[in-house]
Every structure is written in structure tokens, then in C-alpha cells.
Design a protein around this ligand. Sequence first.
Ligand code: HEM
Ligand code: ISQ
Length: 152
Amino acid sequence: ILFTEEQEALVVKSWNLMKKDAGEWALKFFLKVFEIAPSATKLFSFLKDSNVPLEQNPKLKPHARAVLVMTCEAAVQLRKAGKVVIRDASLKKLGATHFKYGVVDEHFEVVKYALLDTIKEAVGEMWSEDMKGAWSVAYDHLVAAIKTEMKP
Ligand code: HEM
Ligand code: ISQ
């Protein structure tokens, strides 16, 4: 596949802008997912087993932040290697976890929408169709990699 230097730069540039408030953006990202698909809350064990409000859950920000970081890293790898490389063990684990918790195609679509919307909000005037496209391609390839390991 072809992922250009410009596309990589758009992803890295927007991530650098968000990085210092990553926790806050991660929280917004999570809340968007659950605004669109409230039932998705039930998939997360750390939300189900918790009595504190969603926004105060200690595991929420780090988890959502990891998705943002991994998508940004996927963009860098696409540019450098032409594909998404995740260490074998962690890719297997990611696939297994998402399979076990019952994540399906529709969930990936919802998360993609929420991710793009979060970045749009975070970068403000810097947002463009090209930036949207670059994040989309990086996310799609990351998801494809995870899905290869989502099996019983
Ligand atoms: C767990 C990343 C998409 C639901 C995780 C973990 C990571 C991660 C790093 C922690 C794994 C661990 O603890 O071993 C990603 C990435 C995604 C993605 C990079 C897309 C590119 C999704 C989607 C859903 C989802 C679409 C469904 C809404 C979950 C659930 C867990 C999880 C339910 C387990 C949480 C728990 O411990 O209870 N994900 N994820 N993920 N993810 Fe995702
Ligand atoms: C997917 N997997 C783990 C955590 C997440 C947080 C927010 C949005 C998607 C996620």
C-alpha cells in the first residue's frame, strides 16, 4: 500500500498537538463511543465491575489513550514499512482480547467515527479531508491487523 510522507506528517502533527492533553482527549473519545453506542459500555469489564462514574474510572483514560497512540504509530509504520507491524505476542493478545469480549465489525466502525470526530475537535482549524483520510487509512490497517487474530 501507499502511505505518503504527507499523510504520516498529518497524523503525527495532529497527535503532537493533542499529546499534552491526551488524557482529556482520550476521555472525550471514549464518551463519544458510548454516545453513539451505549450498549458498548457493557463490553468493558472495568466499567461493568465499577461503581464510580464513567468519567472517573481510572482505567478509562489509559485505555482510550492507547488506541490513539497505536493508531498514530500505525501511520508511522505504514509509511516506513508499508504495513502495520505489531509485536507478534501483543497482536495475538489484542486479537484474543477483542474476540473474547465480543467486539464485532460495527464496533470498529463506531470507534473509527468517534476517533475521527475527536481529532477533528482537537485540531480545530487544522482539520482537513486529507487529515481525515490519513487517520482513516492508519486506523483501517490497524483494525485489519487485529482482526487477523480475532478467532476462537
Ligand atoms: C481492550 C486497543 C478497538 C473494545 C483493548 C486493549 C487495547 C485495545 C490496547 C487492552 C488490551 C489488554 O488489556 O490486553 C484497541 C485498538 C482498537 C480497538 C488499537 C482499534 C484500532 C476496539 C473496539 C472495541 C474495543 C472497536 C469495541 C467497542 C475493547 C474491550 C477491551 C479492549 C471490551 C477489553 C477491556 C477490558 O479489559 O475489559 N483494546 N481496541 N476495542 N478493547 Fe479495544
Ligand atoms: C477500544 N479498546 C479499548 C479501549 C478503548 C477506548 C476508547 C475507544 C475505544 C477503545
